[in-house]
Design a protein around this ligand. Structure first.
Ligand SMILES: [Zn+2]
Length: 276
């Protein structure tokens, strides 16, 4: 293990393993205030709901105030780079997956946690390493490590958030801006010509439905292609080794694409073509 793994309990900072002195909101307070999310509900992977304000993680003073406070300031002021947005989405993704280690899959029959169901070669550990790039002294190559797509709407849209576990991706709207962030794809999608062309061809200003449809296309693309992206982790860097290699691509699967669209709350539009 490259960065010492913290004990997973309420007395230990969820990121660095120092003693926790406070709790941090998974969805930062400024965001909950701005979009009045406190009592709104978010659906967990087991189908149950929890209020945004109840999603808390234990945190140390340094992470909460100094390191991540600075990042929150940048994002809340709208003065953030793609790299900042990736780090920020990374934090929400990690914190949500971290919470899944504590939530029971079945509250009436508490035998295993949500995280046990979704564990894939301990990808949470990889996500935690990624997160250390926010505290400095730690770089990712490329930077940002994942694909960030920015959408500009012509007017403010209602707050919307989606967390897709299987692809480690997040979709979020912040007023007139929307982001789709793939946390761990090594910018494979950004470098994929079909996806790139599709993004460039979206009519502007963007529409929220187009953003969701684009997210669905990206997920379908990831499901079909086996992307070569070996990750090298050292104590101060995470890098992709070599270029993106597509090992294998299945033909587009309309059934699966319909299912993805449904997950994102989109109605399938028959005239829309899947990119090949
Ligand atoms: Zn900490």
């Amino acid at each position: 293990m490259l960065i010492p793994k913290p004990k997973e309990n309420i007395n230990t900072c969820f990121i660095c393993g120092r003693k926790a002195v406070s709790v941090e909101h998974v969805f930062p307070k400024w965001l909950q205030r701005q979009y009045n999310l406190w009592d709104e509900q978010i659906v967990l992977p087991n189908g149950t709901s929890v209020q945004y304000r109840k999603l808390l993680v234990p945190s140390c003073k340094k992470c909460n105030n100094d390191i991540y406070g600075l990042l929150e300031k940048k994002v809340s002021s709208g003065n953030s780079s793609e790299s900042d947005i990736w780090k920020w989405a990374n934090k929400i993704h990690y914190a949500l997956c971290y919470k899944d280690r504590f939530f029971e899959w079945d509250r009436k029959n508490p035998r295993y946690k949500i995280g046990d169901v979704f564990r894939q070669n301990d990808s949470l550990e990889k996500d935690r390493h990624f997160l250390h790039c926010v505290s400095g002294g730690f770089k990712t190559t490329p930077d940002p490590f994942g694909s960030v797509f920015k959408f500009n709407f012509d007017k403010k849209v209602a707050f919307a958030f989606a967390h897709l576990l299987q692809t480690s991706s997040i979709s979020i709207t912040l007023g007139k801006i929307g982001y789709i962030v793939f946390i761990t794809d090594g910018q494979s999608l950004k470098k994929e010509s079909g996806i790139n062309q599709l993004f460039k061809n979206l009519p502007t200003p963007h529409k929220r439905e187009d953003m969701l449809f684009f997210h669905a296309q990206c997920i379908e693309m990831m499901a079909r292609h086996k992307l070569g992206q070996n990750i090298i982790m050292s104590n101060n860097r995470i890098s992709r080794s070599g270029p993106t290699v597509v090992h294998k691509a299945e033909p587009p699967d309309e059934e699966r694409f319909r299912a993805i669209c449904k997950t994102l709350g989109l109605n399938w539009i028959d005239s829309e073509k899947l990119i090949t």
